[in-house]
Ligand binder design. Structure first.
Ligand code: 5RP
Length: 218
């Protein structure tokens, strides 16, 4: 199987966790895009979706799946999304697709976060994938200097403006051994909107796509 076929298998496997008659939280990225294809196959059985990005919204709407405003949703049973890295504690780095802020909000609302990844995303220690940090534009240089003090090498993601009108710093050179503490610390830097570490609210179930099939953790 190619990497994309593995992503497809894991995206479709997540369908099993969707509860008929409910609203579904939908993530972003190539693996989540396969999940949207799968969701379209049962679109008459769900009430609608909350989407983590304009790209996912466009795709959901193209299938006729109603996309609801998260402000109008009191509770969410299931949120399905990919990750850039995930460790054995189900803590993740996300935001490779720059959708981290909405993803974090939906993860916070959801009762169950189903993370869908291919086996290449599993790591012992987070940090090889550059850690995305969404920052308001006028704070970019200040936040970058603060990240350097932590031993990181922040790189401004060129030509990217998030769906919220902000910019992204990708932080290289981090070996993240205490993900919860680092998430809280970086969140506290003035000008940071969201950090792509999902450690304090980690995944509840991980579906890992492998050549041998989909492995369920959690
Ligand atoms: C987007 C994300 C994605 O879930 C993450 O980048 C994984 O993407 P892909 O499924 O394409 O590998 O966090 O902000």
């Amino acid at each position: 199987m190619t990497e994309d076929e593995i992503k497809k298998a894991v995206g479709w496997a997540a369908l099993e966790y969707v509860i008929p008659g409910t609203i579904v939280g939908v993530g972003s990225g190539s693996t989540a895009s396969h999940f949207v294809d799968a969701l379209a196959s049962i679109k008459h059985q769900i009430e609608g979706a909350i989407s983590s990005s304009d790209t996912s919204t466009t795709k959901l709407e193209s299938f006729g799946i109603p996309v609801l405003d998260s402000n109008e949703v009191d509770s969410l049973d299931v949120y399905v999304d990919g990750a850039d890295e995930i460790n054995s504690y189900m803590q993740m780095i996300k935001g490779g697709g720059a959708a981290l802020t909405r993803e974090k909000v939906i993860a916070a609302i959801a009762r169950t976060f189903i993370c869908i990844v291919d086996i290449n995303k599993q790591v012992d220690v987070l940090g090889k994938f550059p850690l995305p940090v969404e920052v308001i534009p006028m704070a970019r240089s200040y936040v970058a200097r603060e990240l350097v003090k932590l031993g990181g090498l922040p790189e401004y993601r060129q030509n990217v403006v998030t769906d919220n009108g902000n910019v992204i710093l990708d932080v290289h050179n981090l070996i993240i051994t205490d993900a919860m503490a680092l998430e809280s610390y970086i969140n506290d830097i003035a000008g940071v909107v969201t950090i792509g570490l999902f450690a304090n609210r980690c995944a509840d179930v991980v579906l890992v796509g492998t050549q041998e099939g989909v492995k369920v953790i959690g």
